[in-house]
Ligand binder design. Structure first.
Ligand code: AMP
Ligand code: MN
Length: 383
């Protein structure tokens, strides 16, 4: 699912903060956002910038945030993150819709075409980061020295990119899916990694760039092509043996993924989280030199859908790989009945007896899934 960072949303409630006379709480969908007092009323529309939005310094509408501007990726601006004020969490930035004539124009057009009620619904489904030049903030990793020299292509379009919607953006999910069974798993904080195999007779093969069997003996196999991707890019086979940075190919080879996937002789992409001491901030606390690939999905390239969670678990086992920890399979109503309820549950213990990043809930009967990130993780890591 495409991440929608900037949306028009309705304030569902305003709540006072004890002892504070300048600020109050605005609720938008499953989010709680602290705003200036009397800036919003219940039912009012606002432009909501989700956490991880990076707002360009040039726009005067957030000039008041200037003292907190940062430099990121060659730009100056404001990074929206979780904060705690007067003991209450505040996530996102909410600005009255009236401050955005460019969006009001778009809304007016929608209203003329579809009527007011429908226009409001449609606007809440659209995303306006491009109009407002907002980017998704992402940590800049100093990957392995040599990482920048390795040739890369975009991840093949026939593989679904790994992503999870935040539960705060799905406030109706608990009512709509309450009797459905979900797999609850621990969310691991590493880097997304995908290993795929495409048979020589597949119609998807032409999308892959030419590879020279002499230079890339593991990518070009007798019965098809094997590849390794990070979340966004397909990484050319390399023989990086350094102990720093993510080690996608090294981990794939050590787990015998090329020969195993070629052995299955199916068009499949195995997706998981690459975790280790040199990946991200090593939140899970792994020892140096240790890298594990924790499977969380298997994408069926021919069917263009995910294998059901139980089959994914079985496939991981068959391949001798670890699967992300599965807490269990439950009807959603037994897991949680509201966003705050689920966020509370996300605060739990993960691997290595540490507090976990969060949980991921996957519907057993479809490709629908979403995540709940623990607020203490977000606050602790400045996200
Ligand atoms: P985020 O890390 O916030 O971008 O959330 C989405 C990412 O979580 C996915 O792209 C995966 O790389 C990662 N992830 C970690 N653990 C899991 C899990 N148990 N199930 C699904 N995705 C996971
Ligand atoms: Mn992550």
């Amino acid at each position: 699912m495409l991440r929608r960072l900037v949306t028009v949303r309705k304030v569902t409630d305003i709540q006072p903060i004890k002892g504070a006379d300048r600020i109050e709480i605005a609720l938008v969908d499953g989010w709680q956002c602290i705003v200036k007092k009397d800036g919003f009323q219940k039912g009012q529309l606002g432009v909501f910038f989700e956490i991880d939005s990076f707002l360009p310094a040039e726009d005067p509408r957030w000039a008041f945030l200037e003292p907190n501007f940062i430099n990121w990726n060659g730009h100056r601006g404001f990074r929206v993150k979780s904060q705690k004020m007067r003991g209450h969490i505040s996530q996102g930035l909410l600005i009255p819709l009236g401050d955005f004539p460019e969006l009001a124009g778009i809304l007016k057009k929608l209203e003329d075409e579809h009527g007011r009620e429908e226009a409001e619904k449609l606007s809440q489904k659209s995303s306006f980061e491009d109009v407002l030049k907002v980017q998704k903030w992402e940590a800049m990793h100093s990957k392995t020295s040599g990482w920048s020299e390795i040739p890369k292509e975009p991840i093949p379009s026939f593989i679904r990119k790994t992503d999870q919607e935040r539960c705060q953006n799905l406030p109706d999910v608990f009512e709509e899916w309450k009797d459905e069974i979900f797999q609850e798993s621990t969310k691991m904080d590493g880097s997304s990694m995908t290993a795929y195999f495409v048979r020589n007779d597949s119609d998807k093969l032409p999308e892959l760039s030419e590879a020279d069997a002499a230079k890339q003996p593991t990518a070009v196999l007798p019965n098809g092509r094997f590849g390794v991707c990070s979340r966004n890019v397909d990484i050319a086979e390399d023989n990086n043996n350094s102990d720093t940075g993510p080690q996608y190919w090294r981990v794939a080879k050590r787990n015998k993924l090329p020969e195993q996937l070629a052995g299955l002789n199916r068009n499949l992409a195995v997706q998981g989280e690459l975790c280790g001491a040199t990946v991200q901030s090593n939140f899970e606390g792994f020892p140096v030199g240790f890298h594990v690939f924790f499977v969380f999905a298997v994408w069926d390239i021919d069917a263009q859908k995910y294998l059901p969670p139980k089959e994914t678990e079985a496939m991981a086992k068959q391949l001798g790989l670890r699967h992300v920890p599965v807490i269990g399979y439950f009807p959603l109503r037994e897991i949680a009945t509201s966003v705050p309820d689920l966020l509370q549950r996300a605060e739990g213990i993960g691997l290595n007896k540490r507090k976990r990043e969060g949980i991921v809930l996957k519907h057993v009967g479809s490709d629908f899934s979403f995540k709940a990130i623990s607020n203490s993780y977000l606050l602790k890591h400045g996200k």
